[in-house]
Ligand binder design. Structure first.
Ligand code: SF4
Length: 472
């Protein structure tokens, strides 16, 4: 079989990163291998996100760059997948006459069949059929990348209908995978070299409820028992579903990392109600307190939406006040963006863009201080870092946090990026460190990363220093 090449441009969240990997894997039996060059690709797919208008525009602008390639290469197949494909369907074929496949969010398993059909018939196909059940991509699960850190989807869709969000419309209702299938996939990943998994779902806290499967904390317990796996992360969690059982998992399960991404979106009860979030600022703050009581060093990050329709200055001040009370380790903050199908698009009192931008900047300035404070608090301490490989800074000689010619990178349990020197001699380097948890003394803090040096006691990287040490 001749090797053919697939280029995937992934826009959006980790779910999309995982879906892109699945697309590459399901096409392997047809002879497709991944390429990072558009010119060598026989199949180009842009995997899209529609959570904000900007992400949607990014996808369309990428498609707009492709007609010349299509003219140059007879037989090149161009596809669009993900949330924008699901939302816009056939309209995309009309707007981009050189696009061949519209692949909806429930259609990844059918991709090989569609590509086969297009290769034979040179037709154009729209597949945006949604299903009630979660599809198992058995074929994809036979191939593993061997990455140190891997994503694993445990559920898809959402039943929450936050008024600003399109996910329930483009990803469908909640569906969970059977725990056996999840465990089997993770065991396969671990056998190929994975040391850390991030369990993915739009709301992992409600995992299995609909199907009567085990609870999410029970699933975490089963993943925790997998031999050879060193770390577990998960995202995303809805604050209204954060049970005590899950809070205690951060203490009782030694592989669960000390980082929790808990999107709050806003600090005003009035706006939270309009967003249909079903919790209050008080209940959110109570959950944060409980988490910190149970695991004092836990890093907490969140998402914020600025300028939701009707947000007054007083509402915004309440958001700033909540940020001051929590002191997040990091925040992903966005200007509210109108989305088709999302009820908030029709709400009165849309906020002026200039005002939204000013509020966003004020919020980011406030958070920057807390991020810096949290990072600086780690200077002089030692942190266990799971090493992912050579730092990208290798190729950025001018950047402020590239301090050495031979720089490795990894993450702390609290999900902070640490760049560090393996060994001045270069003897104990990439091959030896990658995939291991190394004790690193933090020497400098930057805005988005830390700099450190592996402790001599770890040379030459003897044994695996797991986070079990944390629990002691
Ligand atoms: S919980 Fe709300 S914001 Fe999150 S995916 Fe569901 S509807 Fe969207």
């Amino acid at each position: 079989m001749n090797t053919k090449y697939i280029y995937v441009n992934t826009i959006g969240c980790q779910m999309n990163v995982y879906d892109s990997e699945q697309m590459i894997k399901v096409l392997k039996p047809l002879g497709y291998e991944r390429t990072l060059s558009l010119e060598t690709a026989d199949l180009i797919i842009v995997n899209t996100c529609s959570i904000r208008k900007k992400a949607e525009q990014k996808a369309f602008s990428f498609l707009g760059r492709l007609p010349d390639l299509k003219k140059k290469k007879a037989g090149l197949i161009i596809g669009i997948s993900g949330c924008v494909a699901q939302q816009e369907g056939k309209k995309i074929l009309d707007r981009f006459p050189y696009v061949d496949i519209i692949l909806g969010t429930h259609a990844i398993g059918r991709l090989p069949q569609l590509v086969n059909q297009i290769e034979k018939e040179r037709c154009r196909i729209v597949d945006i059929k949604m299903s009630e059940e979660m599809e198992e991509l058995e074929c994809a699960n036979r191939f593993h990348s061997g990455d140190v850190s891997s994503f694993v989807t445990i559920m898809q869709g959402c039943d929450n209908f936050c008024t600003y969000c399109v996910v329930p419309y483009v990803r469908g209702r909640e569906r969970s995978r059977a725990p056996e299938n999840i465990i089997q996939e993770i065991c396969g990943l671990v056998a190929s070299g994975t040391k850390e998994v991030t369990l993915l779902g739009q709301n992992v806290n409600s995992y299995g409820k609909k199907e009567g499967l085990c609870s999410f904390p029970e699933l975490l317990g089963r993943v925790n028992d997998i031999e050879g796996l060193l770390r577990i992360r998960f995202t995303t969690s809805h604050p209204k579903d954060l049970s005590d059982e899950l809070v205690y998992a951060f203490k009782d399960l030694e592989k669960v990392c000390g980082h929790f991404h808990l999107p709050v979106q806003c600090g005003s009860n009035r706006i939270l109600k309009k967003m249909n979030r079903k919790y209050t600022r008080e209940s959110y703050l109570e959950r944060v307190d409980k988490l910190r009581q149970v695991r004092p060093d836990i890093a907490i990050t969140s998402d914020m939406i600025v300028g939701f329709p009707g947000e007054t200055r007083a509402d915004f001040e309440e958001t700033l006040d909540l940020i001051k009370k929590v002191e997040f380790d990091g925040l992903f903050a966005f200007i509210y963006s109108e989305r088709p199908n999302a009820p908030a698009s029709a709400f009165p009192d849309q906020i002026d863009l200039k005002e939204k931008k000013e509020r966003l900047q004020k919020l980011l300035d406030l958070q920057e201080g807390f991020t810096k404070k949290k990072n600086e608090a780690l200077v002089g301490k030692s942190e266990f870092v799971l090493v992912e490989g050579l730092s990208k800074k290798q190729n950025e000689p001018g950047s402020e946090d590239r301090l050495h010619d031979f720089q490795l990178t990894g993450r702390t349990s609290g999900n902070k990026i640490v760049n560090f020197v393996g060994d001045d001699t270069g003897v104990c380097g990439n091959d030896v460190f990658t995939g291991r948890i190394v004790n690193v003394r933090i020497e400098k803090a930057f805005a988005h990363s830390l700099w450190g040096k592996a402790l001599k006691s770890d040379f030459p990287c003897h044994g695996l220093k797991g986070d079990a040490t944390y629990a002691a």
